[in-house]
Design a protein around this ligand. Structure first.
Ligand code: ARG
Ligand code: ZN
Length: 852
């Protein structure tokens, strides 16, 4: 029952106006919904509305009550056969938000009502044409007990509030912008509210309101300021201004993802709103700013211009991720945010391409839409937008954006429409470029270089090839913007090459053989094969103009060393030049210290694993351990010296400080590795005036399985027991300790009074950390790690299918492991697939993983 992009048809009917009356009670909420319907196809008489898990009480057509014989109700639909071309339809349904643990539709987060409708959640609120190309004006009336629910919120502007005779209150909202129902939101609860103001560039005053748990208003201040920065940035960068009188953000504890851009009323996972120096790390603050930006930017890229159908999800997500990346680059460190994005692609996105769920950024078929909120659609989607930006330049890209809004404001459109706007605004033929939208997989770009001394010419030969993926056999050549830099003694040359053929060469006039930097700034999301010697790589590390390229060369160097060690089964020996480079850099830490910390961090297990088929798990873990030990031992004095030079100032979230903390954390990590330095670690923990520094100590102790880990984590748990967002960090630390006992500890963690299977943040804190940050134990040879995750996924599926389907991901790519582990994984997956009553979410992933 998968849906296909190729089958798209405009709907027979559309809904132009919606009026909703909610009478809120946790277990029995009554909803009356009135729709103005219009035929869009001559002769259409059959209306099929989507609906799930609804109790239908009444159907009225143009004021006339219909008898059950006049409509049909199935598990997924309400069908009316004799629809006039224009009609008013009024439905009444009963809902049970208190029983809704899937956190989709209308549900309770603690005692507050909230909604999540993207992608197809509105059908759990009422029967509707639940598809994004049906755009209606919404009016929402919320009727509730005022003592229990003082805040009654929905999209748009509040237009009325009245006391009802029975003591309840009715609040009415009108959203003047037509929108698809996935952007609908309703929130009711008892919150504290932090307010602010923003005056737009055209002089309109917007009221900014953050609704948070009682007592937490002060913790929303950073998010409020970040929102103001995002509003200002979008005006300056894209000329885009906010369009309603108020912008509301509600922070809830029960939420399946990061946040949701509902028109005028964002709902956020509280983890991405609440933060102060005691309870949040530098990384948390960075993420908050980026997600606040992301949801705000959706107001134009997503809401004003939305998607025609869900296959076009990347239209709004790829573009909005690109915009939030630009924003983060401007607010924090540009190089570091780019490195972050590159790591996401190389680890998770390349892995997705190599696994059973491979799909293009515009998928061609989908069983459960919730399964396609992926790193491919989001992050590779953003890389595709970035390539357009690279090819057209900032000014050309902006012209394309302007044309896109001029053409499509108020419409539901496709990825093709977006590329056409870019193409037309720039007079460029982008037809080959469009292939990025339909072709899945990671292109391999192989480069050979040669120098002709006589001609004084340097030549680069590129060949591109994309291997077949699980979803798609035939692959074709793509258009790749390739930034390069040639480093010679007396000159540096930078070029933007456009590689579009299967094989293509370029020549450059240069007096002596240069060292080449290929794919500077990771200008295309490809896997690069360009063999370079240690000394060439070190030249790039020291001399490339682009920070991303310098970091990348260092990563390449480590990857090469690991590969040699894995091939030869000899212990990995860190070359003397590398030790010397570390020593020199640590001696006088200066410049961008955050970059330095990143430069000195070897690749993660996941990043390395992604480069092998099959993944030699044990050999990789061993090689990484050998690197750690040597860097810790040979540079012990250097780490200590560097650490001592970086004297902490009183905490502030400022870039120089963030950077210094990152480098100190790296030093601590290696200092702990020796198993000693207990005094120094203890002192670092106790003197810290912020969570970033404290966690650095805990992580260092974890990575080194240092004896202090138990003592300090126990203290930490004592201190933060009542503060779940911080306690989640404790759950994650415990679950990621790389010792055998951890697998037995996990069930105990779930017995903690603050743990709840209903709360996705708790579940992720324990089990995502286990599966993603503890490769040693997760991949243990006895298969126990896999079994633990299997049990959790099966337990969660009936509670929260979206969450279950996210958690199963680390098990799916069984084909990528060596025989022994592949067999264990396959067994675990087959057992799951044999279960009765699996959700669509889980079924889609398991069946794809096991099909041949
Ligand atoms: N549109 C939201 C965002 O990226 C995420 C919605 C995710 N929905 C889902 N069903 N997974 O900002
Ligand atoms: Zn988004």
């Amino acid at each position: 029952q998968a849906k296909r992009l190729a089958d798209y048809q405009a709907p027979d009917f559309t809904i132009t106006d919606v009026e909703l009356w909610f009478e809120l009670e946790p277990a029995t909420t009554l909803l009356t919904a009135r729709y103005q319907l219009k035929s869009q196809r001559k002769g259409a008489t059959e209306l099929v509305l989507d609906g799930q898990q609804l109790e239908l009480l009444s159907v009225k057509l143009n004021g006339q009550q219909l008898t059950p014989a006049q409509y049909q109700v199935t598990d997924d639909h309400l069908r009316i056969d004799q629809m006039p071309a224009q009609a008013e339809l009024e439905l009444q349904v009963r809902l049970n938000p208190a029983a809704n643990t899937a956190l989709e539709g209308l549900y309770l987060s603690d005692s507050a009502f909230c909604t999540q409708c993207e992608a197809e959640g509105f059908r759990r609120i009422c029967y509707y044409l639940d598809r994004p190309d049906v755009m209606a004006r919404f009016t929402t009336h919320i009727i509730a007990n005022q003592q229990r629910y003082p805040a009654l919120l929905s999209n748009g502007n509040k237009v009325a509030e009245q006391q009802l005779p029975d003591g309840r209150v009715q609040v009415s909202w009108v959203d003047p912008f037509p929108k698809p129902c996935y952007l609908f939101a309703l929130v009711a609860g008892d919150f504290d509210c932090l307010t602010g103001q923003y005056v737009t560039q055209s002089g309109r005053t917007v009221s900014l309101e953050f609704y948070v748990d009682k007592g937490n208003a002060a913790r929303a201040e950073f998010a409020l300021e970040a929102l103001k920065r995002a509003m200002c940035w979008d005006e300056q960068t894209y000329g885009l201004e906010y369009d309603l009188d108020s912008y509301m953000v509600v922070a809830v504890d029960f939420f399946n993802m990061g946040a949701m851009e509902n028109k005028g009323l964002n709902v956020f996972n509280s983890k991405y709103v609440l933060a102060d120096q005691q309870s949040a790390t530098d990384t948390d603050l960075y993420n908050i700013e980026s997600i606040i930006g992301h949801e705000y930017f959706h107001n134009w890229t997503g809401n004003r211009v939305t998607c025609r159908d869900w296959f076009q999800l990347s239209l709004k997500e790829g573009l909005t991720v690109f915009r939030d990346q630009q924003f983060s680059a401007d607010m924090a460190s540009a190089t570091l945010s780019r490195i972050d994005a590159v790591k996401t692609i190389r680890t998770h996105q390349f892995a997705e391409d190599a696994g059973p769920m491979a799909h293009p950024i515009r998928p061609a078929q989908v069983l459960e839409m919730n399964n396609f909120y992926t790193v491919t659609v989001y992050d590779k989607g953003a890389e595709v937008i970035r390539m357009l930006h690279t090819l057209l330049g900032a000014a050309g890209f902006r012209q394309g954006m302007d044309l896109y809004f001029a053409r499509h404001d108020g419409q539901a459109v496709t990825c093709d429409d977006f590329v056409s706007a870019m193409q037309d605004a720039n007079g460029r033929d982008l037809s080959l470029f469009r292939r990025w939208y339909s072709q899945s997989g990671t292109p391999e770009l192989t480069v050979q270089s040669s120098f002709d001394a006589e001609q004084q010419q340097f030549k680069l030969v590129f060949s591109q090839h994309t291997a077949a993926t699980a979803d798609q056999q035939d692959k074709r050549n793509l258009l790749l913007p390739v930034r390069i830099e040639l480093l010679a003694k007396n000159e540096k040359q930078q070029h933007l090459l456009v590689v579009s053929e299967e094989q293509q060469s370029f020549s450059f006039a240069v007096a002596e053989p240069p060292v080449a930097v290929i794919l500077a700034d990771f200008s295309a999301p490809v896997r690069l094969h360009y063999p370079q010697s240690v000394s060439q790589l070190l030249t790039v590390v020291q001399h490339a103009s682009d920070g991303v390229a310098r970091w990348d060369a260092m990563q390449q160097l480590w990857s090469d060393l690991v590969r040699q060690a894995v091939r030869s089964s000899e212990p990995l020996q860190v070359p003397a030049e590398v030790v010397a480079l570390y020593r020199a850099l640590l001696a006088t830490p200066e410049g961008d210290l955050a970059f330095l910390a990143e430069l000195l961090t070897p690749p993660s297990f996941d990043l390395l694993a992604e480069q092998y088929q099959p993944v030699p798990v044990d050999a990789l873990l061993q090689a990484l351990q050998q690197i750690r030990r040597q860097l810790a031992d040979e540079l012990a004095a250097d780490w200590l010296n560097c650490y001592q030079q970086l004297i902490p100032a009183p905490y502030a979230y400022r870039q120089e400080q963030v950077a210094a903390r990152a480098l100190r954390a790296l030093c601590l990590d290696y200092l702990a590795q020796s198993g000693q330095q207990a005094e120094l670690l203890l002192q670092a923990y106790q003197s810290a005036d912020n969570l970033t520094d404290q966690l650095a100590v805990l992580k260092a102790c974890r990575n080194a399985t240092h004896p202090l880990f138990e003592t300090l984590t126990a203290q930490f748990e004592q201190r933060w027991r009542e503060d779940v967002l911080v306690l989640d960090k404790w759950f994650a630390l415990k679950a990621s300790l790389p010792t055998k006992d951890t697998v037995y500890l996990l069930p105990h963690l779930t017995q903690h009074p603050q743990f709840s299977w209903q709360n996705p943040n708790r579940v992720r804190a324990v089990y995502m950390a286990f599966a993603q940050q503890n490769p040693t134990i997760f991949h243990a040879a006895d298969g126990k790690g896999y079994q633990v995750l299997q049990q959790v996924v099966l337990k969660l599926d009936p509670i929260n299918p979206q969450l279950a389907a996210r958690l199963v991901t680390p098990l799916l790519s069984w084909r990528r492991f060596e025989t022994h582990r592949a067999a264990q994984l396959k067994a675990v997956l087959s057992q799951m697939l044999a279960q009765q009553g699996l959700s669509n979410d889980l079924y889609e992933k398991l069946s794809k993983s096991l099909s041949d």
